[in-house]
Design a protein around this ligand. Sequence first.
Ligand SMILES: Cc1ncc(COP(=O)(O)O)c(C=O)c1O
Length: 453
Amino acid sequence: MPTTGDVYPLDRDQVPTHWYSVGADLPFEIPAPQPPPRPEGAADGPRNLRPQLPLSLYRQGTGTQRYVEIPEAVRREYQRWRPTPLYRATQLERELETPAHIYFKFEGTSPSGSHKINTALPQAYYYSRSGVTELVTGTGAGQWGSALAMASHPYGMDTTVFMVRSSYEQKPYRGTLMRLYGARVVKSPSDLTEVGRAALRENPDHPGSLGIANAEAIEYASTRPAARFSVGSGESHVLLHQTVIGEEALLQMGVAGEFPDVVIGAMGAGSNFAGITFPFYREGLTEDSRLRFVAVEPEACPKMTRGRYLLDYTDFSGVTPRSKMYTLGHKFAAYPIHAGGLRYHGAAPIVSAMYDNKLIEAVAYAQTRVFEAGRTFAKAEGIIPAPESAHAIARAIDEAVEARRQRRKSVILFSLSGHGLLDLGAYDQFLAGDMIDSRPSDEEIQDSIASVL
Ligand SMILES: Cc1ncc(COP(=O)(O)O)c(C=O)c1O
């Protein structure tokens, strides 16, 4: 039976007391979001948009404070399973015959199975304090929907989750989990909203996308007075909440007596990547720092490596403010890969600005390559990674192999953002040799981006 290597636990009282806002340490401003253009012919005057965010979350996303205190009630909830463990993947190192030291921070120990609960909890807390009784959202692979469903329950709030159809069909037990937590789960595109009906008219077999699921959630929430749309990634307050991952990992690397040369995270809209990297960015702000950060995306949805840095909408129907971000265009429909959480068309504005300023790197991997890395890791370390997280593993393996080639020691840290126990159907397909890779053509990407220009 394979076992994981050294583990670096922390005490409960070492759960962070503050979230970290990287904006305070960036040498440039993050471009502010722009309100959507007024439809042609529409009269001047206030727009018919009600504020979506409680003021506290809005301030967290726009403030310039370096640290934001975590409410005690939220910290107590975090302490039910945090600090999450940091492991050294000693068996994987042995198998790769690498001089590199490979560490991973395992967020799959949370009750909902991934890092997403780190922001679901504070969001449920702030929304319920502002009088909201129902949270509505879109989810890709279901990790975010599961987290929000679980977090809403203690506050007596209902949850409605629009789940991307391709994932809904690939991962039926994600739906079960959300329903167990009390959520209503709707396959997206659905006939509950105009956005969904339009997508179905265009293609009755539409696989869905996170952009459409979010657009459905926004439309649905707008018809219910005490409901609000809650979002699981991309927004600055979400990235802020996830920094508990990196803050803990910093302490744990200290216990291990090492500091990473490279920190790696899978990249959906960027909250997991931000969570593991931002505190290390702060600590690595020295002249002679060799520290690198690598965001890993799927070849099927290459917003950073092949997208453009433009103002774009975060949702399919274009009702959200436009943000400057690396994007493939908000109508981009990625091939339905199993890492549904990475099928999002854009990268968070903060992560995009850091990429544009060359503070971070981005790479893209093909699906079969990612599953191969997931299998290698599972055999060596005994933990089955979520397909999203396996993107970070693929990169960590490449970094370790490169260290072997160059005969140099390298310290690698990655976020194992979730477990893959509800993704076994995808692993089955991989083991049967039935998995295919998909890479959008340059033309497809250009056409999709042209619709934004
Ligand atoms: C396990 C896991 N890791 C990583 C991600 C990437 O998302 P984000 O970049 O939004 O954190 C997701 C998204 O659903 C996920 O489920």
